[in-house]
Design a protein around this ligand. Sequence first.
Ligand code: CFM
Length: 537
Amino acid sequence: MTMTDVNVDELLAPMPDKVKKNRRKHIVKKDLSAGSCQQIEANTRTVPGIITQRGCCYAGCKGVVVGPIKDMLTITHGPIGCAYYSWGTRRNKARVDDRTPPEEIYTTMCFSTDMQESDIVFGGEKKLAKMIDEVVEIFHPRAINLCATCPIGLIGDDLGAVAKAAEKRHGIPVIHYNCEGYKGVSQSAGHHIANNQIMERIIGTGTEKVDGKYVLNILGEYNIGGDAWENERLLEEIGYTIGSTLTGDSAYVNIRNMHKAHLNLVQCHRSINYIAEMMETKYGTPWLKVNFIGIDATIDTLREIARCFGDEELIARTELVIERELAAVTPEIERYQKILKGRTAFVFVGGSRSHHYQFLLRNLGMEVMVAGYEFAHRDDYEGREVIPTIKSDADSKNIPELHLEPEPGIYRPPHLHLKMSKEKYDELVASGVLNDYKGMYPDMVNGGIMIDDANHFETEELVEIFKPDLIFTGIKDKYVTHKMGLPSKQMHSYDYSGPYTCFKGAVTFAKDVAHSLSTPAWKMITAPWEQSKTEQR
Ligand code: CFM
């Protein structure tokens, strides 16, 4: 059977009719002959009882966006488990925060109010206020995040009031996030809530001067396994200054001054597109969708950034760095290509990697047959042009939208940020370079499947049909995959490896994948369906 023969309806056949009808809308097969992408259903509720890969709203807010900020102290207001599972498990690395000794910070700080039964009955506001007093006295944080969990929303503790009173008592920002786990349909809602507060409370409050001829922010880069450091190394060699990443290895003190950058780079569109758009409105900062995953993708990204500024010297330095990096990694990549060429994979990750890693895998001679997102929205699959047609439902209406205006005295038109004429800027926008994202569909292989919020049943069916050599996924699917006799790499945390970005990162990734595929262990396992066939015989 060729890839284009795969019948999605057959795949769902064993499901009850209602579920089948629901799930069918979340699966799209790439069909080159059809031209544009068929509409996919995304960012809607998971079928109750189905084993989803998704996380909660609190995970998206605390675990993903605000948790990694290294000089803010985060308090999880809720039972201890929520803090336990959202701290230290995501490999968002950070260097020591360079405060005056003895107050250096060696790790991101997370505390929990450890809500008990009596707190749930009588309310937890006093406990939270007391905890803020204690952490201020002991740790002297620059600013505090307060994150709500499910029970807090249910009992109605007023986080905003506690935060406001604490700000008065201590004279530092105390920022609250109503990111109860049940808000929205996945962690995506938490990204939005975090974006809103970072925009309202942090960005734009700094008054320090940011030096540099070309200052870039890297939005949606969380420095998993050190990814951001590799990006920064290259960009700084070319001649850029990094204002701040958001939020990998980031600091409150730098985020405050992000409005002073000339250009925002957007790596993960899903988790941070709100800030990119809001900064464009409020400060006039243009944004460029980038991808540092994959050698060709990195080269294209570096050239596009240089093109945005149009400085000949910058363009020449970009080419020089590309040439040098390529020369250094090509022999090694070619070595791994011998093992990897012709192999196939599935990629199931949150809301951006399933697209980005297709570029890197292609560089290694591999093809992605099925790509799934846990919680992406239609624009991450189909491109931003569909945004005006996305219908909002009760769940999305639950998340506040900020309506911003240009900030008087600070706003500068975007072309002035890039030091170019308005005409030239308009041209870059019209050609889809700036302020745009085309989604995953254009980069899928013909006959390949895009699947939203995939579940275990579908994963197993797809494996049986496509028989991939490897699955890139998360911890919930990793061991299920192993039991099917397939190697699986953890694509959220990179297991214990990384960085995977840019040129050197591509070699590390190639090495890890080659190791996974070369281990003889997989030959010793019989997939469940193979087993039943043997028994039938
Ligand atoms: Fe963005 Fe991420 Fe992702 Fe994401 Fe995540 Fe992550 Fe992810 Mo795990 S911010 S959407 S909520 S790239 S934690 S660093 S790997 S699911 S694909």
